[in-house]
Write a new protein. Structure first.
Length: 768
């Protein structure tokens, strides 16, 4: 018998799947699981799945606000065993977060023991701490057994858990949320309960209420630690309209007068997410700075900042404790220091004034994760709440109808008690006999057979009649409520207003617009020469007029350029992806050593590298060109970025690279473009478009398919110096006057003509 060929090229089975398709499907399943099953809260109850399971498990354990607390380990074990088959650390961390009053505006867990501090201290192990629910948790759990929400089987099918909790208020806004999912993240700040309740009522009364009407009721976040919100109303409105942005928050302070005309500055409220320990570390870094990479001494900026802080600050103490959750004391250098000056320096250079990000991403009522504005959040929650109250009313109506049915059967029995007793005594099967004799239902007959003798007393008839009257009135009210959407909305409004009155409190965060604090450090304006090497190392040498041939470089490195500027100017670096970075010249290392790589001052995107660098005053004109033949004009000031990540400026197509920037001054009005094959074209500078925000630019020179632009240079009356290799590899170093270059003049986007004599690998520089 012939053995099968194990290496035969068989056709794939019909149920096979390509590896790429399988990987894509598996990753998408994983991403959806993380987004919906772990990281993002739901707009309906504001909880992530682990939080929802913890609250439901504690409710099932009977750990209400008045119950005796139990060990947190017992709660975590119940959650893991029944609902959340994941790590105990993750479950306990979620429990701890819900118990921290400095994290949640309205804590849902009442923790006893060490549950961490705002300084970043971790909670004690779960075997040491105890927990129970807070009164605020009633807003989520009180209606859980009234048919308000759907239940689903737990992970092993042994029990059921709620899909959502029947939140009586928009918890997603009250406590906020923070989480990172796959491809999206959420940062929802906490808000004031009374304000959010008032906005929900306004939305129920007028479903078309606009954002301005809602912001009149919810002017901004309300952080548990207080602070002052200084963002202008227009910025806050933009954030709540789009669902994304950052609000500026400032610490609140007081000036305490001491004996002998002394005083001290006391910080008693910090911005959200800022701890006293973090502020102390920042003060230490300011007053005792560390050397930056590649430097043997502190930068002028570090020294000046140190002097600025030490000139106004003598000492700082953290006096936070049980009586004062936050109390940072700053003592001035002398009592003659201006109080506002000390506060301004601290606000400008520490986290006492910072930005709090807002990214209102959540699972919507349709089950999809989205970024939502304030109006959309409230509209969806109001729709959910109306649905919950409707289901609760329907559930209650069913219970009332069932009870009325039972009581009507009992009432009939009491009117014919002797006959009922006779039938029960004489019948072998009393249940069918009772049904036949009195027209009872099966449920009524079952109830009558289970009645105790003492329930046949005369007073019982009076009680039944009274209860029937009350239940019929309640049934009529429920039927009217369910029949009228307007009545249903009024009922929801009444419940929200009652909860706001019971659980609401005053706002903690002051909202008062103010300018962001900024203290400019004055850099001494001195002449320096910025030296850039071919491999991207940079340093600054004092003074101008140095002989560039005397500059030394690391082994294997060489000169790229030397730029005579002032310490107040900027160094600019252009990466291979067209991104531009800026570094103040005052921060560059001295020329005593080899300097430092430019990459140590910026944060490059993965896969990119620095191609070109130059230093220049901000009013210098710059021509930026690409190997594809395009170019644009701008000023050096347009290239300055706000962060180390730089800014995208030059648009590049595949295979293109940015060319060496051409700097120019007034009086220089012509542009010489040279291609890799040695063709040249001279155009007017006025033919190149000025793009302050960057872009692709215009076509400077037309190129053949295999050719590329090598360099574009702006020159003046002195002309251009051209260096390169001629025929036979002979070195060429020639100066073309401005008049001679006009022989290659033409319109922009033309292909130009070969330079004479022909030059390969041409390098251009302005003639002197």
């Amino acid at each position: 018998m012939q053995e099968p060929d194990l290496f035969a090229d068989d056709q794939p089975a019909e149920d096979s799947l390509a590896l790429a398709d399988y990987a894509e499907r598996a990753y998408l399943d994983y991403a959806v699981s993380v987004v919906k099953g772990r990281a993002l809260p739901d707009v309906c109850d504001g909880q992530k799945p682990v939080q929802r399971r913890i609250l439901y498990a504690m409710n099932e354990m009977g750990l209400g606000p008045v119950a005796k607390p139990v060990k947190s380990a017992r709660v975590v074990g119940d959650v893991l065993g029944k609902f959340h088959p994941h790590g105990d650390v993750a479950a306990y961390d979620a429990l701890v977060r819900m118990a921290q009053p400095f994290t949640l505006r309205y804590p849902l867990v009442d923790g006893q023991g060490n549950f961490g501090s705002r300084d970043g201290d971790g909670a004690a192990a779960m075997r040491y701490t105890e927990a129970r629910l807070t009164p605020y948790a009633r807003l989520l759990l009180d209606e859980i057994d009234q048919g308000t929400v759907d239940f689903t089987a737990n992970y092993d099918g042994s029990t059921e858990e709620p899909v959502l909790l029947p939140a009586r208020l928009p918890m997603v806004l009250l406590n906020g949320a923070s989480g990172i999912a796959v491809g999206m993240a959420t940062e929802i700040p906490p808000h004031n309960l009374r304000e959010v309740a008032a906005a929900a009522v306004a939305m129920l009364k007028n479903p078309k209420a606009d954002l301005d009407a809602l912001l009149a009721l919810v002017p901004g976040p309300d952080f548990p630690g207080g602070g002052q919100l200084i963002s202008p109303p227009a910025d806050i409105r933009e954030i709540y309209a789009s669902g994304r942005g950052s609000v500026k928050v400032r610490a609140r302070h007081a000036i305490e007068e001491l004996a002998r005309n002394q005083w001290q500055l006391v910080i008693n409220e910090l911005p959200h997410g800022v701890s006293a320990q973090r502020v102390l570390e920042e003060i230490e870094e300011l007053t005792n700075p560390k050397l930056r990479p590649g430097r043997k001494s502190l930068t002028p900026e570090q020294l000046q900042l140190k002097q600025t802080v030490l000139a106004v600050l003598d000492a700082v103490r953290d006096e936070s404790g049980k009586d004062a959750p936050v109390r940072l004391v700053f003592e001035p250098k002398t009592s003659r220091i201006d109080q506002h000056e000390l506060l301004r320096v601290l606000l400008a250079h520490t986290s006492l004034e910072t930005g709090v990000p807002m990214n209102l991403v959540m699972i919507g009522i349709d089950g999809r994760p989205r970024q939502k504005g304030l109006a959309a959040i409230l509209a969806e929650w109001c729709e959910f709440r109306v649905r919950v109250v409707t289901r609760r009313s329907e559930h209650r109506l069913g219970k009332v109808g069932e009870r009325i049915h039972i009581l009507e059967g009992r009432q009939l029995v009491l009117l014919n008690i002797d006959e009922v007793i006779r039938i029960i005594r004489e019948s072998d099967e009393p249940k069918p006999a009772l049904v036949a004799a009195f027209g009872l239902s099966d449920r009524q007959a079952e109830d009558i057979l289970e009645i105790r003798l003492r329930q046949l007393a005369r007073l019982e008839a009076i009680r039944i009649e009274r209860e029937l009257s009350e239940l019929r009135a309640e049934r009529q009210g429920l039927e009217a409520l369910l029949a009228s959407p307007a009545a249903m909305r009024r009922q929801v409004i009444r419940e929200i207003e009652a909860d706001a009155k019971q659980y609401g409190d005053a706002r903690r965060t002051l909202i008062e617009a103010a300018e962001r604090t900024a203290v400019e450090l004055r850099v001494a304006e001195e002449p320096v020469t910025v030296i850039v090497s071919e491999k991207g190392w940079v340093r600054a040498r004092q003074g101008h007029g140095h002989d560039a041939s005397q500059f030394g470089y690391k082994a294997g490195d060489g000169p790229y350029g030397a730029f005579e500027v002032m310490t107040t100017d900027q160094l600019f670096a252009i990466a291979t992806n067209g991104r531009v970075y800026s570094v103040p010249v005052s921060q560059l290392p001295s020329a005593r050593g080899d300097g430092a790589p430019i990459t140590s001052f910026v944060e490059l995107e993965p896969g990119s590298r620095i191609d070109h660098a130059f230093a220049a005053p901000l009013d210098t004109g710059v021509l930026l060109a690409t190997s594809g033949g395009n170019g644009l004009l701008c000023q050096a000031a347009d290239l300055v970025g706000r962060t180390r990540q730089g800014k995208a400026f030059v648009s590049l197509e595949d295979g293109q690279v940015p060319l060496r920037p051409a700097l120019f001054a007034p009086g220089m009005a012509r542009v010489l473009c040279v291609s890799g094959e040695g063709k040249a074209l001279v155009i007017g500078l006025n033919e190149v478009k000025v793009l302050k925000n960057g872009g692709r630019g215009v076509i400077l020179m037309g190129l053949d398919a295999k050719d590329a632009l090598r360099q574009a240079l702006v020159y003046g009356p002195a002309g251009v110096r051209v260096r390169g290799a001629g025929r036979g590899g002979k070195a060429i170093d020639r100066v073309f006057g401005a008049g001679a270059l006009e022989a290659w003049a033409g319109a922009r986007a033309r292909k130009g003509r070969y330079l004479e004599p022909r030059v390969k690998d041409a390098v251009l520089e302005c003639a002197k």
